[in-house]
Design a protein around this ligand. Structure first.
Ligand code: PAJ
Length: 280
């Protein structure tokens, strides 16, 4: 695996490869890799001749007071994992390389970018859209792989790709969970033993809502109440949002249909966790 830290070098390698290496898959990450990230790499490996990944803890998508400084950084171990999964190219720039002095241009996706996590974390999706657009220009992939775990991020990026005519396909990949149902996340590392137990209520609330949908309940207000009852009873958990929305627009829906997004975000202690499912 070739590790590249400079934008110019990565862009030149990728430009040369574009004519030779067939389908190129790209998996952007912030590192601290777990099986969720690895599932994206594996999916890319089955669909593409060459897979590139990036590790970059993007300062632009963290608000002041958020966890940028504490965000887990496990670069050596990440490299070992990516190498073992057959990743050909790893782009791992420093923040100054991505945002040199004087860089001011950003990409905002109004509307979608202000909903769900965008509402709770103002400016977050501008940071995400800006860095992903830059990464797309640098890596020039044919396909880019993102997790359904970050459902709002996926919707924002699909809209950006469509609006700005990026010549690539966004591929959404299923959520990978621990055996007890907790969605894998780099932020799970922040949880102590008790919080790890308490965090399970996010998944439990979603499972309960999914069962009600399977049982024929389609009214969002009723389903939200069912989920709220479970979340409100949980100790140590502060709900940020529980929402039933259209998966593309992220706007609330009155009735659940196939593909409707049911999403939750909550603080467990000081750690903000998210989870969701798409209605069957
Ligand atoms: P990060 O949180 O490192 O996630 C990288 C990718 O892995 C995202 O597409 C995310 O949805 C996916 N992912 C995380 N946990 C997952 C899980 N349990 N199952 C499946 N996929 C999972 O998301 C980001 O980084 C950043 O915002 C980024 C897109 C890299 C831009 O900075």
């Amino acid at each position: 695996m070739q590790i590249v830290k400079s934008v110019a070098e990565m862009q030149s390698i990728c430009r040369k490869l574009r004519t030779q290496d067939g389908m190129r898959g790209f998996v952007p990450t912030m590192g601290a890799l777990h099986k969720g990230h690895i599932s994206l790499i594996q999916r890319a490996r089955t669909e593409c001749q060459t897979v590139a990944a990036s590790i970059f803890v993007n300062p632009l998508q963290f608000a002041p007071g958020e966890d940028f400084a504490q965000y887990p950084r496990t670069f050596e171990e990440d490299c070992r994992l990516l190498e073992a999964e057959g990743v050909a190219l790893l782009f791992a720039p420093e923040a100054r390389e991505m945002y040199p002095d004087g860089a001011v241009t950003t990409i905002t996706v109004p509307g979608i970018g202000d909903r769900l996590d965008g509402a709770s974390r103002p400016g977050h999706f501008t940071g995400v859209a800006t860095v992903v657009a830059k990464l797309f220009h640098i890596v020039a992939p044919h396909r880019a792989y993102f997790g359904q775990k970050d459902a709002a991020q996926l919707a924002v990026l699909r809209q950006m790709v469509q609006d700005l005519n990026f010549d690539l396909e966004v591929v959404g990949c299923a959520i990978v969970r621990d055996t007890d149902g907790l969605a894998l996340s780099s932020r799970n590392k922040y949880l102590n033993g008790l919080e790890r137990e308490q965090a399970l209520v996010l998944h439990q609330a979603l499972v309960r809502i999914a069962k009600s949908i399977a049982g024929g309940e389609r009214e969002s207000s009723t389903l939200l109440q069912i989920g709220r009852n479970i979340l409100d009873k949980a100790t140590g958990v502060q709900v940020d949002y529980l929402a039933i929305v259209n998966a593309e627009s992220l706007l609330p829906v009155v009735y659940v249909e196939k593909g409707t997004l049911v999403a939750v975000a909550a603080y467990v202690g000081r750690t903000r966790l998210i989870d969701n499912f798409l209605a069957a």
